[in-house]
Design a protein around this ligand. Structure first.
Ligand SMILES: C[S@@+](CC[C@H](N)C(=O)[O-])C[C@H]1O[C@@H](n2cnc3c(N)ncnc32)[C@H](O)[C@@H]1O
Length: 224
């Protein structure tokens, strides 16, 4: 799943990503793919994200770090990429230490990382597990550490809207542009920055930075 340029390649990519999302349960590592009809997909406008190198001390835990492995591309061997799907990890670029693991049951000890990242993964995790996943991230963060989340700003499904909400991104990394597509079932209730901030608050995390790009957001949360 590297750079996808033609409309057909885009559609195939969305099918693969949606197939994984639709068929993976949090405890199932690999359930295969399911076709999604393009007429059921609402595409948000392509969004550009500039992802510059950011400072982080020690290993960075990247949640759902398979697929395009964007954080791994940026921070290389400093990254510990966990993903529930072994194939997604295998397809991600080399560099990070890759471990098959469920984000809702992290196997790391408390206070292990200064930095945890979640790049367009929360939208692939069932909403009822979001609190548990953020709780696990808070647990493995060291005091003073930060959780960085990039994701879609999804409203509740508008009436009459197509079943699937998808977005094409143009990600500017230092010296490279990557163009992945991410999609999910349009949720019954909003899964936006406010949803994640509320859950983060219940886990004792404090918002330290925030950017709203319309269809996407970036949230930085600090463990006191
Ligand atoms: C859009 S994909 C890859 C996003 C990736 N961060 C990137 O840079 O492209 C989302 C990933 O989340 C993973 N995932 C879904 N549920 C998970 C869970 N409970 N624990 C860990 N990974 C999960 C999927 O297997 C998939 O590889």
């Amino acid at each position: 799943m590297r750079n996808s340029l033609s409309p057909l390649a885009w559609f195939q990519l969305i099918c693969v990503l949606l197939g994984l999302m639709l068929l993976n349960s949090p405890v199932t590592a690999d359930s295969g793919h399911k076709e999604v009809n393009e007429k059921d997909i609402h595409f948000f406008p392509t969004t550009e994200i500039s992802l510059g190198d950011f400072p982080a001390e020690g290993p960075i835990l990247d949640i759902g770090g398979g697929g395009e492995g964007i954080i791994g591309r940026l921070k290389g061997s400093q990254v510990v990429a966990i993903d529930i799907n072994e194939r997604e990890l295998a397809e991600a670029p080399d560099g990070p230490l890759k471990i098959v693991m469920d984000a809702s049951e992290l196997k790391f000890l408390d206070n292990s990382f200064n930095c945890v990242t979640i790049f367009f993964t929360m939208m692939y995790i069932p909403a009822e597990l979001h609190g548990k996943v953020l709780g696990q991230c808070a647990r493995v963060l060291k005091p003073g550490g930060r959780l960085m989340i990039w994701d879609m700003n999804l409203t509740a499904q508008p009436s009459g809207a197509k079943k699937i909400a998808a977005i094409r991104l143009k990600i500017q990394l230092p010296g490279k542009t990557v163009k992945p597509g991410y999609g999910t079932h349009w949720p019954a209730k909003a899964l936006d920055a406010a949803h994640y901030k509320q859950l983060a608050d219940s886990c004792g995390l404090q918002v330290s930075a925030e950017t709203d790009n319309g269809s996407t957001f970036y949230l930085e949360l600090k463990k006191p």
